[in-house]
Ligand binder design. Structure first.
Ligand code: PLP
Length: 409
């Protein structure tokens, strides 16, 4: 008999998007003539920018020539891409990150899920609630999250993010080792100001903790006082790992390219107190379990960082941000409040008292044929909220807002 990894039995059904699809499908079958508008999309809808397509195309032809053909890519990424990332994303903002500290990967999902392998099974975790579910679930699979009781894993220290703390979590009340932070946040749309982020870096330094900082939505930041990278905060090089992605930045959700920054100065210890550099440990992990990102994709990704590429992606992100703003204004005009939508594609709506987020979902679907995502699906503290997104076509957004204008609080 073969036994399974029983940690998998502790995972809670990822019913959120499946349940959303099921309810939408049932409604559509009963009401085939109704046009449903999806404002719950968590994927980009605009095509890849022209510079990226040119880069990809050229690389395809290079792969067909003996002189320029490429086999296995380097585990940590091609230098041409690591160099331009270091320059454009970090050096230009006065942040010291060297190309050797940048690991090119296929996705922030993969890296945020895999990074926990570097740490002891006994590490105590702090994870915001609500949040992107990958951080919790990857630790559940590894056996680090404990048992699920009353809607919570008992070895996870949850960091509530609600309207009461303006979606900026308080420091944990007990000692933790690993802290997952995601800002601008999915789903709340909250972005942290310099002082708010500094508080976490200071905490990690004082308590010997490490911050796993997911900056997948960094490119949506438009306000001045909001750091794009945790490494803009003094002292972060000794306490943080940062994850970045071209998915929402440049339309790479299907093409797949991301990068993870692990400073050489970041260390952790074995039980005897010996010090290990996490940059080397991650390289060891990647070279064993990962064979790199395709040359063609990295050549396309390179274009994102050129002047033309940056202009093109800014235009696309501005479009999504304008969509989010239109949604936010629509929400305000019907008497509801929301957060996000400024430095983020996500609009996090506070739903009227007395309704659960699934009841609100059903009401919007049935009365207005508008689909969003119930907040409860992102964690216990997501109950009472609803996520709408700026991804999608402008005409659909405008039509949805027009329909919702008839909503009565
Ligand atoms: N991190 C956050 C917070 C996300 O919301 C998402 C995607 O929705 C990801 C990471 C996944 O990024 P990638 O497509 O690079 O795997």
């Amino acid at each position: 008999m073969v036994y399974i990894n029983e940690n998998f039995t502790k995972l809670q059904g990822s019913y959120l998007f499946a349940e959303v699809s099921k309810r939408v499908k049932e409604y559509q079958q009963k009401n085939p003539s109704k046009k449903i508008i999806r404002l719950g999309i968590g994927d980009v809808t605009e095509p890849l920018p022209p510079s990226v397509i040119k880069g990809l195309e050229k690389a395809v032809y290079e792969m067909g020539e003996k002189e320029t053909f490429q086999g296995y890519p380097p585990y940590e990424g091609y230098d041409f891409l690591r160099n331009i990332v270091a320059k454009v994303d970090f050096e230009s903002r006065g942040v010291q990150i060297s190309p050797e500290e940048i690991f090119i990967s296929t996705g922030a999902k993969e890296d945020t899920a895999n990074i926990q392998e570097l740490f002891s099974i006994n590490s105590r975790l702090a994870i915001p609630d609500p949040v992107y579910p990958v951080y919790v679930d990857s630790n559940v699979m590894a056996g680090r999250a404990g048992d699920f009781k009353d809607g919570r894993y008992d070895r996870v220290v949850y960091l509530p993010c609600t309207i009461d703390n303006n979606f900026s979590p308080a420091l944990p009340g007990e000692k933790v080792d690993l802290i997952y932070l995601c800002f601008p946040n999915n789903p709340t749309g909250k972005a942290l100001r310099r002082e708010e982020l500094k508080k976490w870096v200071d905490y990690a330094r004082e308590n010997g903790a490490i911050i796993l900082f997911d900056a997948a939505y960094e490119a949506y930041i438009r306000e001045e006082d909001i750091p794009h990278s945790i490494f803009e905060i003094e002292g972060a090089r000794e306490v943080a790992i940062e994850f970045r992605s071209l998915s929402k930045t440049a339309g790479f959700t299907g093409t797949r390219c991301s990068y993870t920054i692990i400073p050489k100065s970041l260390v952790a210890f074995d039980k005897r107190g010996n010090k290990y550099g996490l940059n080397s440990l991650w390289l060891r992990r990647q070279s064993t379990k990962f064979n790199g990102v395709a040359y063609i994709i990295q050549k396309g990704a390179y274009q994102v960082f050129t002047e033309a590429g940056r202009r093109e992606i800014k235009k696309i992100i501005d479009y999504y941000l304008e969509n989010a703003k239109i949604i936010g204004n629509g929400i305000k005009s019907i008497g509801l409040s929301y957060s996000g939508g400024i430095n983020s594609p996500y609009v996090w709506v506070k739903i009227p008292e007395g309704l659960t987020s699934w009841q609100f979902f059903d009401e919007l679907l049935e009365k207005y044929q508008v689909v969003g995502t119930p907040g409860a699906g992102f964690g216990k503290c997501g109950e009472g909220y609803f996520r709408l997104t700026g991804f999608g076509k402008r005409e659909d957004i405008l039509e949805a807002v027009e329909r919702l204008s008839k909503f009565k609080v």
